[in-house]
Structures are given as C-alpha cells and as structure tokens.
Design a protein around this ligand. Structure first.
Ligand SMILES: *Cc1c(COP(=O)(O)O)cnc(C)c1O
Length: 406
C-alpha cells in the first residue's frame, strides 16, 4: 500500500512536539482517583487532579451512584428533550438553581458542552463577545462556533474591556470569563465586570469550574464575592470539586427555557446516565455540610504558599490551583520528572495550553498536612538545584489560535 503523505506529516509534527518537550501522553491509573494513586503498580502522591474536596472516591457518592443505578438503570436512552429526562435530574436542577441563588438551571454532560451551549445558544452573527485572554479553551471554541464578533482583552484588563464595550455597536453584548482561572488560579474581578455589564447593557457569563464547591462556602465565586444579578449567567462543572461529572447552567427562567429550545449541545446528545444525578445529590449534601473539608484545603493553601515563598515564582492565587512558573518547557518537564521519581505526581503545563511553562500544583482537602509538607520539601530541594534564571510571569493561554478574529 502506498504511504499516505498526510500521516507522514502527522508523524513529523509529533516528532517536532517531542523535540520541543511538548509531546503529550496519558498515564494509566491502576487505582481510583485520590491523594494517593497507583500508576502501573507505582504508588504516587497525587497533586494533579481537580478533586479539590476529595469527593471523587467518597463512600457516600459511591453508594449513591450504586443506588442510582439500581433505581434508574445505567443508560438514559435518549436526549433530555425526547425521553431521557428523569425525576432525579429534575430535582437536581432545582437544587442546583437554589444553590446558585438563581431561578432555574439545566445540567449538561460536560463543562465543555455547557460552554458551547450557552455561547452558541445565545450568541450569533452580529452579536459581540468580550473575553479574557486566559479563558478556558472551551470558551474560546464556543466563541468561534457562535460566529459572533469576538474581542479579547489582556488578562484582567478592565480598562481595555471598558474601551471595547464602549466601541461596540452590537445590540447584544456578552462578557465571558473564568471565575477562577484554570491555569493561574486567580479570581476574575467579577464585581467590576458586572458594573461594566450594567453600564453597557451586556450579559456576564461566568465559568465557575474551579470555584464551585470550594469558594463562597461551597456556593462558588459569586457567593464568595457577594454578587447576584439577573445579568449574570452562571456555569459550574460537576467533575472537579463535586467529584462527579457534568456541568450546570443557572440563570433566569427565560434564559434556561431558551437554551432548552435552542442549545445544540443540550438537544442533540443523549442525556447523561441518571445515576450521575443520583451521585451528584450526595455530593451536594457533602458540599453543604462538610465545612471541615474547605477549612483543611485553605490550611494547605496557606502552608504551601508560605513554605515556597521566595524560593520560586508563585502566582497571586488564593485557590487550590498553585502554579510555579518555570523558565522553559524543558525545565518544567524535568522538575515534573524529578518529583515523579520522588513519588509525587505534579503536571507540567506547557504551550499551547499556556504561554509560560509551569508546574500546576493542585491541592486537595483529601491531602494530609504531612503529604503537603513532603511535597514542599521535595520541591525546594529540586528547585534549589536548578540554574538561576529569570522567570517573569507573563501569561497568556489559548488552546486555539484566535489571532485572526482579534
Ligand atoms: C474543566 C473546565 C471546563 C470543562 O469542564 P468539563 O466538565 O471538564 O468538560 C470548562 N471551563 C473551565 C474553566 C474548566 O477548567
């Protein structure tokens, strides 16, 4: 058979990635998710997962999922609009709406799809979107797919956002932002953004993938900042702190009704298994009741930052996401590998996910103090052995190239 040129080009491109220390591969877990995991027999202390509260393998969630499977079966059988919307899901949506202090909510199979649903469901040609440059890749993809006019502003640059809003002639405007930035861990200036949304008659779409369950006593970043407005459309994912899967959108009833009628990632997909909603009920119970988990997480964050201060470039993050900026992808991979050899699993995050290579340390309430302290010891040892280099934290991230529509 003749060689397919296209495939040789793919192989070449992968070889280039490898040479640039950008090649990605998957590690296979031979245990459940948790602070201690096993990879092909090797035990590691895990500082990679977004299981911030340690609920992914919690006995109450496992029991709820099992009972959910016994009561509702496994497959949902159809999309929500056809024959796949179950009472356990309807009840969950009502609870999640109340949890976010909103009149209505819908759940979707993933956060990625929720972002596509809101942005492509509400925005189209002639509308205008204003987005932070460090927003999650799924928001970027959604903006392109919506065909709206997209303006991106530098990370947290409120004056630039105000200028872009003032210059826009679009009748419908939406500000789109991560509440907690997934690779930097900082919190968006949502109060100021809401003021601008009011001033320019825009909506504010907030992706709270990393705030839900953690900030605002578990209610998320809006509660943390004391914000509430019908102009805010709220999205949170349920596969991170909640330890389950999926996402939800909470907003005014008319917005939710409109999305149910128009959002393709909601309409043209089989609904998630109802046992997911059953597990999510148990997760929400724990998020509401188990305050000690959030307290423990905050203690880990404070200790980690205090222990590493001065020894490396940390970012101004008060959340579980604690990046350490490193001078190159090569060094990021080296440090990650050295930690791995010492029994600690910490992801090296590199372009194109971020512009500035880094270690992304993720702390969880499930870690013990001893585990966090041991990680800090190893990090200090490994970082001290690196050649001294300037690693100024200028960050930008993409996932996709939006340059042509900027
Ligand atoms: C993880 C994440 C998503 C995607 O959510 P999934 O449920 O994993 O698809 C969306 N936005 C942000 C900011 C995220 O970190």
């Amino acid at each position: 058979m003749a060689q397919i040129l296209w495939f040789s080009q793919l192989a070449e491109s992968l070889a280039e990635r490898q040479a640039a220390h950008l090649y990605r591969f998957r590690r296979v877990l031979t245990s459940a998710q948790g602070p201690q995991v096993e990879l092909a027999g090797q035990k590691l202390c895990n500082f990679c997962s977004n299981d911030y509260l340690g609920l992914a393998n919690h006995p109450q969630l496992i029991a709820a999922a099992q009972a959910g499977a016994a009561r509702w079966g496994v497959g949902s059988g159809a999309s929500h609009l056809v024959a796949g919307h179950f009472a356990v899901e309807q009840q969950l949506e009502e609870r999640l709406a109340a949890w976010a202090n909103k009149p209505a909510a819908i759940t979707l199979s993933t956060g990625y799809m929720a972002n596509l649903a809101v942005i492509t469901g509400l925005m189209s040609r002639g509308d205008a979107i204003f987005a932070d440059k460090l927003n999650h890749a799924s928001l970027n993809d959604a903006m392109v797919l919506s065909r709206a006019d997209v303006k991106r502003f530098a990370h947290g640059d409120l004056p630039a956002l105000a200028r872009q809003l003032a210059a826009s002639k679009a009748a419908r405007k939406m500000i789109v932002v991560d509440a907690v930035f997934s690779m930097d861990g900082d919190i968006a200036p949502l109060a100021e953004m809401l003021k601008l949304a009011e001033q320019y008659d825009a909506l504010l779409y907030v992706d709270d993938a990393h705030g839900f369950g953690v900030l605002g006593n578990g209610r998320g970043t809006l509660a943390e900042l004391g914000l509430s407005s019908p102009r805010i459309i709220y999205m949170a994912t349920l596969g991170k702190a909640a330890g389950v899967a999926g996402a939800y959108i909470a907003a005014e009833q008319v917005v939710i009704d409109y999305l149910i009628n128009t959002a393709k990632p909601y309409i043209y997909t089989t609904a998630a298994p109802p046992l997911i909603a059953a597990a999510m009920h148990a997760s929400l119970d724990l998020i509401a009741q188990d305050v000690a988990r959030r307290v423990r997480l905050q203690q880990h964050i404070a200790y980690f930052r205090q222990r590493l201060a001065g020894a490396c470039t940390l970012l101004p993050s008060k959340t579980a996401i604690q990046p350490i900026i490193l001078p190159s992808s090569e060094i990021a991979v080296q440090v990650s590998a050295a930690l791995f050899a010492a029994g600690f699993w910490v992801a090296a995050i590199r372009p194109p996910t971020v512009i500035t290579p880094r270690l992304r340390v993720v702390l969880s309430a499930a870690h013990t103090h001893e585990e966090v302290a041991a990680l800090c010891e190893q990090l200090l040892r490994i970082l001290a052995a690196l050649p001294a280099v300037d690693s100024t934290p200028t960050t930008d991230s993409d996932g996709i190239d939006l340059s042509e529509i900027d």
